[in-house]
Design a protein around this ligand. Structure first.
Ligand code: PEP
Ligand code: MG
Length: 539
């Protein structure tokens, strides 16, 4: 039995076998699939993306190292379109009913071996190229789903690091917990783990030797126990059962109002990152959705989601919530949420860079497509919209103006549109400081304490070294929250918190006394917070 201490992302217990995931080494699992047509389509889409990448590499190399050296990328593209290679991949998927990653990797290996055994030196050299090509397609597929990281049985996933784009694509039913060596507790990967209600630890040494070992994650003591002895295993099985019992006790709060002892009603909403998360919102009986991180729709794709795809996603959520509020935050891409097809330049300081509303107001077509989808969906439920990373009145006016233009365009096309509340995230000190002015422009504020803490304290939320001083309880942050509530109320705006601090039960009472109208938290935090609201007074 071995023990490692790390940092806890979620206070829960997980027990299971570890699967080591390494994007660098492209560990490919053989996974049986039912829907081979969908798998074939995944392959075709990944192939197209790989071809685009090769084309871009060719153009880049042409400029930087000349035509002769650039030609290799053209050769790779030709090889990727080779009929025999493609037939073998398609045939493997269809006849063996396996995932595309596995089909590409095995075909790549077979072809590489075949080239290796040829007499001609030129062809022998192509063996490495074939490997390179299949690895490229596999890595696109990894990026496109990352679910191949998981086999058929649920596992504790161990990785050096996990990007939000990888985490979001994993099949949550196959995940018992996460363990990573790097990453910070305020990153989006950590937020996703909390949304998925999956015990997770960071700061644990991870390597391939963990593969297949039985482990326990103790989220309370932030410990990973490897090869637990029988007694330890029994202890944790009991702890897990106790967790279950506690969860069940909270169930009796379902259907109860979110009202304080002295009669103040609070909107208790939940945060989601995907359509699938709506089930958790309903299961935990939240009053609505206070933050739909729409960028995750973009992160799970290998190309821009179309208006129709987005419309279907927003409409489904709105309909599932059956008239309860659904606040969709417009695209907040950039910083730690990177998507290849946006082709964002490398930045030294991306958290303060080209991201979120800055991209939307610069690349208006992307923004308009999303706004059309949201407005169309608003005819099917109670949708609100909010804009992230706002720093000025001017930005808000531009957003509102574009939304108005899109609305008129839809009306001209006789496409139904519903009423929609508009709000902004208060997550920069600039927005907090001018919240009196911003309040005149919008219907509501939603305080993003994750970024507000990062920018107020000048602490990169991604930097694991600074995790211990990233303090959302800092008086500067709490004063800003109070100020935003007061300024919002003066102009009739309701004010909520959708950052992780909203779920911090040690502060719920204080937030209520500040006059907070809404708390939007991870679905699993809804009932614990309801309990506190119902036991609190605001005076
Ligand atoms: C926040 O910054 O608090 C927030 C809710 O947005 P995100 O965590 O997605 O940046
Ligand atoms: Mg934010």
């Amino acid at each position: 039995m071995e023990k490692f201490e790390g940092k806890s992302i979620l206070k829960g217990v997980a027990i299971g076998k570890i699967h080591y995931y390494s994007k660098g080494e492209q560990v490919v699992q053989r996974v049986s699939v039912e829907d081979t047509e969908a798998e074939l389509q995944r392959y075709e889409t990944a192939k197209e993306t790989a071809l685009e990448q090769l084309h871009e590499l060719y153009e880049k190399a042409l400029k930087e190292v000349g035509e002769v050296n650039a030609a290799i990328f053209d050769v790779h593209a030709m090889m990727l379109e080779d009929d025999d290679f493609n037939d073998s991949i398609r045939n493997t998927i269809s006849s063996q009913k396996v995932n595309a990653e596995y089909a590409v990797a095995t075909t790549g290996d077979n072809f590489a071996k075949m080239f290796e055994e040829m007499d001609d030196e030129y062809f022998r050299a192509r063996s490495a190229d074939i490997k390179d090509i299949s690895e490229r397609v596999v890595s696109v597929l990894h990026g496109a789903t990352a679910k191949n990281a998981l086999g058929d049985e649920p596992v504790i996933l161990a990785a050096k690091d996990l990007a939000p784009s990888e985490t979001v694509q994993m099949d949550k039913t196959k995940l018992l917990g996460f363990v990573t060596e790097f990453g910070s507790s305020n990153s989006h990967t950590a937020i996703l783990a909390r949304t998925m209600n999956i015990p997770a630890l960071i700061g644990i040494p991870v390597d391939e030797k963990l593969e297949g070992r039985t482990a326990v994650i103790d989220g309370v003591t932030a410990t990973l126990i490897l090869d637990p002895d029988e007694e330890t295993l029994k202890l944790y099985q009991e702890k897990k059962q106790e967790e279950e019992r506690q969860r069940e006790l909270l169930q009796e709060l379902k259907g109860k109002e979110d009202v304080t002892l002295d009669g103040k009603h609070i909107r208790l909403y939940a945060n989601i990152g995907s359509v699938g998360d709506t089930a958790k919102v309903l299961a935990n009986d939240a009053d609505g959705i206070g933050l739909f991180r729409s960028e995750f729709l973009y992160l799970e794709k290998s190309d821009y989601p179309t208006e129709e795809e987005q419309f279907q996603a927003y409409k489904t959520v709105a309909q599932n919530m059956a008239g309860k509020k659904v606040i969709i935050r417009t695209l907040d891409i950039g910083a730690d949420k990177q998507v290849d097809y946006f082709h964002l330049d490398h930045e030294d300081n991306p958290a303060m860079g080209y991201r979120a509303i800055r991209i939307c107001l610069d690349r208006e077509e992307i923004f308009r497509t999303q706004l059309r989808a949201i407005l169309r969906a608003s005819a099917y439920g109670n949708i609100g919209i909010m804009y992230p990373m706002i720093i000025s009145v001017d930005e808000v006016r531009k957003c509102r103006e574009i939304l108005e233009q899109v609305r008129r365009e839809l009306e001209r096309q006789d496409i139904p549109v519903g009423e929609i509340e508009q709000g902004i995230m208060i997550e920069t000190p600039a927005a907090a400081m001018i919240s009196d002015l911003l309040a005149e422009e919008v219907d509501f504020f939603s305080i993003g304490t994750n970024d507000l803490t990062q920018y107020t304290l000048a602490i990169d939320r991604q930097n694991a070294k600074l995790d211990s001083i990233y303090d959302s309880h800092h008086p500067a942050v709490l004063r800003m929250i109070r100020m935003v509530v007061e300024n919002g109320h003066k102009s009739g705006c309701w004010v909520g918190i959708c950052g992780e601090l909203g779920a911090d039960t040690t502060l719920t009472g204080e937030f209520l006394r500040m006059g907070i109208d809404e708390l939007s938290v991870t679905p699993a935090s809804v009932l614990p917070i309801r309990k506190i609201i119902r036991e609190s007074t605001v005076k």
